[in-house]
Ligand binder design. Structure first.
Ligand SMILES: *Cc1c(COP(=O)(O)O)cnc(C)c1O
Length: 812
């Protein structure tokens, strides 16, 4: 453990400040103070980092590499201090110097290298692996620009580049000596040398992959794992300069720009596949660099390459890193002279794959021509994998050509990355029970039948250290004072809090904590939106990516309906509510952008309307990101998890809200089902059509939204108000939303679920009226949230998929 006290910390901090800024603390800006603190903390971590790596190398335990195109880390200072166990010392010491730690923490830019749930999951997994002392590291891309910043201008989303590195990044260490070369384009010459086939890749373009390492600190256990992010650079000493010397500056700069483009931007699409060449380049770039660096490391530490599958596990987060499969094969075969069968056996043992969505528009299918031109040798290997797999299928499914074609990796000119991922891994997992069952019986039924033992479920989780202890310290303190602090290391111990659910004193404290968190959020809303909200109203929150399947539309229609009802009947008996939204839309997703505009227009209209604004207000908080989620979730009374059943693979914000004592209103989708099973029907409000109804409509048709609307005056009034000038002088402003619901038959069953949702909201009001009952529900939700800690999820991955052991403890 770190042995520092307030006095040594003060001394270290003063010295650090002077060393990096060349002036006294008193002359420094707050940002200078943040930089000095971050830099000092990184120094503290450095020695533990080296020790951890030494231990991993000495004891030879299996190392896990989590490959992901996205890591949505958010801020690192607060969590790193917490995990080092020095947050209090640090806070008090800084207080003594007249510096406010919270204020410095707020100055840190979010590390926003992800779109949403998938990237945040990767971040929570890193935290849990380190905290469980599992030798597990991340591998990804160091995007120069992260997920765009969202501004709301004239009620609409405007995207602004996220230049997060403009002031440097105190957490990263550039490791130039560990750079690797990644090869694109060119041709493959096949030669026979001494009777052996040799594949000679020639005329390729070289890109230098330079790693930046970020320390991932475990909770009070001396473990520091590594997140390695790759940045693309030109090989300046060769190609570039020869062009310069010949005076061809323009071409030299073009080369430089095209190389740097690879790690320049994060694609801002969530659950949507865009078949761009640059994206394919990004995928191969980080996968090839990552795998080369792993193999180099193990070879230089005297590991027999033929036993590599006993030493490492590589996990691929969705299909984005699937090229890990042919890249491993390439290195085994072309560089290590291993025969196909052995190479394939090891690759299979090493790789495991998580599926994140069943939505067709998210499935990655690369056009063969593009793929072959960019990655000629990798294409040959994929072709060979496909050929061998189809031969296997023919043995089993003799002459069933439809089935064989359906399952093949390459067909109709496309490479199906999910198929490659399934065939090349020993484990395929879904992210919640319902999702895994749908994979098995619907989307991947052929593969499940063929490889029944490969499929398994690993329900997602969240780091309770970030999402409870760090972001809701008052609630964490209440838990400690009631059930002790064992839940920090063993989150399922939170179940002991259930005993206090009916304790009036505890209920009062829960209410007080929520109230204080709401006051803090209300202040933030006032500062950012200029809206005064009533902290005695219910905070009803839907924050997540804006997407048709997540059904912000349903929430909006119900607010519009309530608005109409309130205008007609001002004495309507409802609980006053503040409807809080946040979320980004993909820049090219026009319907979702119109949804954002609709929410903002609703907010303008309702908040200004004195007939209703004592009872309801609407707030859209701009630029949703991890740090904003940390501010909103502890203040939520009601968690909106209202996706169309079958569409949300798991969801993770549902777990964050529950852990912070919000009650959930939900469809039985994704992990909501498991939350319901945990807390029981009395402590969650469920509505909406079932999985079977949805699957049946998709299969057999029979749904007609127009018909439902036309026979229903109340629904018709709400839907028509989208296009009759109520919310915009330009009657076409929300036509896209209208068309989706009416003209295109409401793919996501918003109309179908409308009344069921209204009923559920009425029930929420009833429950909220009884304060004691409501607090009891909150307490039960908190008590049952422990199994949704990502510590539980990671233990399941470690024992069930990776076969990894931790350094210090047993995975019980
Ligand atoms: C947790 C989280 C998500 C995922 O939210 P869902 O509601 O599960 O889709 C997305 N973005 C951020 C910033 C998060 O913290």
């Amino acid at each position: 453990m770190l042995h520092i006290n307030k006095e040594t910390f003060k001394k270290d901090y003063r010295e650090k400040f002077i060393a990096i800024h060349g002036k006294d603390i008193e002359e420094g800006t707050d940002y200078n103070k943040y930089e000095a603190l971050g830099s000092l903390v990184r120094d503290y971590v450095a020695k533990m980092w080296i020790d951890t790596n030494k231990k991993y190398n000495q004891n030879g335990k299996k190392q896990v590499y989590y490959f992901s195109m996205e890591f949505l880390l958010g801020r690192l200072l607060g969590n790193t201090l917490l995990n080092l166990g020095i947050r209090n010392i640090c806070k008090e010491a800084l207080d003594g110097m007249g510096i406010n730690l919270n204020k410095l923490e707020e100055l840190e830019e979010d590390q926003g290298l992800g779109n949403g749930g998938l990237g945040r999951l990767a971040a929570c997994f890193l935290d849990s692996m380190a905290s469980l002392s599992i030798p597990g590291h991340g591998c990804g891309i160091r995007y120069k620009y992260g997920f765009f910043n969202q501004k709301i201008i004239n009620d609409s989303q405007v995207e602004v580049p996220d230049n997060w590195l403009k002031n440097g990044n105190v957490w990263e260490i550039k490791k130039s000596d560990k750079a690797r070369v990644v090869k694109f384009g060119g041709e493959v010459k096949v030669d026979y040398i001494y009777g052996y086939l040799r594949f000679n890749h020639i005329n390729y373009e070289e890109v230098l992959a330079v790693p930046y390492d970020i320390p991932i600190v475990g909770y009070k256990n001396n473990v520091v794992n590594t997140l390695r992010l790759w940045s693309a650079e030109p090989l300046s000493n060769e190609f570039d300069f020869s062009l310069f010397n010949r005076g061809d500056f323009r071409k030299a700069m073009e080369y430089k720009d095209s190389v740097e483009a690879i790690s320049k931007i994060l694609y801002p699409d969530d659950s949507f596949y865009e078949g761009k060449l640059l994206r394919l380049k990004q995928q191969y770039f980080f996968v090839s660099a990552g795998i080369q660096s792993i193999i180099y490391h193990f070879k230089s530490s005297q590991v027999n390459i033929n036993e590599l599958d006993e030493k490492i596990a590589i996990h691929i987060n969705d299909t984005h890193p699937t090229l890990a499969i042919p890249e491993l094969m390439r290195i085994f075969i072309d560089e290590e002279d291993i025969g196909w069968d052995n190479a394939w056996r090891m690759t299979n043992n090493i790789i495991s794959y998580t599926n994140h969505t069943i939505m067709a528009e998210a499935l990655e299918r690369w056009p063969v021509d593009m793929f072959k031109t960019l990655l000629p040798r990798i294409f040959m290997i994929v072709e060979e994998i496909d050929k061998r797999f189809c031969e296997e299928l023919q043995n089993k499914y003799y002459n069933q050509w439809d089935k064989i074609k359906r399952m093949s990796i390459i067909n109709d000119g496309y490479i199906n990355m999910a198929h490659l991922a399934i065939v090349g891994s020993h484990s395929v997992n879904g992210v919640a029970k319902l999702h895994t069952e749908i994979l098995k019986k619907q989307n991947m039924a052929d593969f499940y039948y063929y490889y029944p033992n490969r499929f398994n479920n690993k329900t997602n989780g969240i780091s309770h250290r970030r999402w409870l202890i760090s972001s809701n310290p008052k609630l964490a303190l209440l838990l400690k004072s009631t059930i002790g602090d064992s839940f920090i290391a063993h989150p399922t111990d939170m179940i002991n809090f259930e005993k206090f659910a009916e304790d009036k004193n505890v209920q009062a404290q829960l209410e007080k904590i929520k109230f204080e968190n709401k006051r803090k959020l209300a202040d933030l809303i006032y500062r950012t939106n200029g809206i005064e909200v009533d902290i005695n109203s219910m905070f009803d929150v839907q924050i997540k990516r804006i997407h048709a399947y997540k059904r912000q539309t349903l929430n909006c229609l119900r607010i519009m309906d309530l608005y109409d009802e309130l205008v007609e009947n001002p004495s309507l008996d409802i609980i006053p509510r503040t409807f809080i939204f946040a979320g980004k839309s993909a820049p090219g997703y026009y319907m979702a952008k119109d949804m954002i505009t609709l929410i903002n227009v609703l907010a303008d209209k309702i908040n200004r309307d004195d007939r209703v604004n004592k009872k309801i207000k609407v707030v859209f908080m701009e630029n949703y990101r991890v740090s904003l989620a940390e501010a909103i979730i502890p203040a939520a009374d009601l968690s909106e998890q209202i996706s169309t059943t079958t569409k949300e693979a798991s969801g993770t914000s549902n777990m964050k809200f529950m852990m912070n004592g919000a009650v959930t209103i939900a469809t039985l989708d994704g992990a909501n089902v498991e939350i319901r099973d945990e807390v029981g029907n009395d402590n969650i409000v469920i509505f909406g059509i079932t999985e079977n109804e949805v699957l049946n409509y998709y299969k057999n048709g029979g749904y007609n939204s127009q018909q439902i609307i036309s026979g229903d005056t109340r629904l018709k009034r709400v839907i028509d108000s989208l296009i009759d000038g109520t919310y915009s002088k330009d009657k076409n402003r929300f036509k896209s939303i209208y068309d989706n619901l009416v003209t295109y038959n409401d793919e996501f069953f918003v109309i179908k679920d409308f009344y069921s949702y209204l009923e559920a909201q009425k029930k929420v009001d009833e429950l909220y009226k009884d304060k004691s009952k409501w607090q009891k529900m909150c307490a039960i939700n908190i008590a049952h949230s422990g199994i949704f800690s990502s510590d539980r999820t990671i233990k399941e991955y470690a024992t069930g998929i990776w076969g990894s052991k931790c350094l210090y403890k047993n995975l019980e």
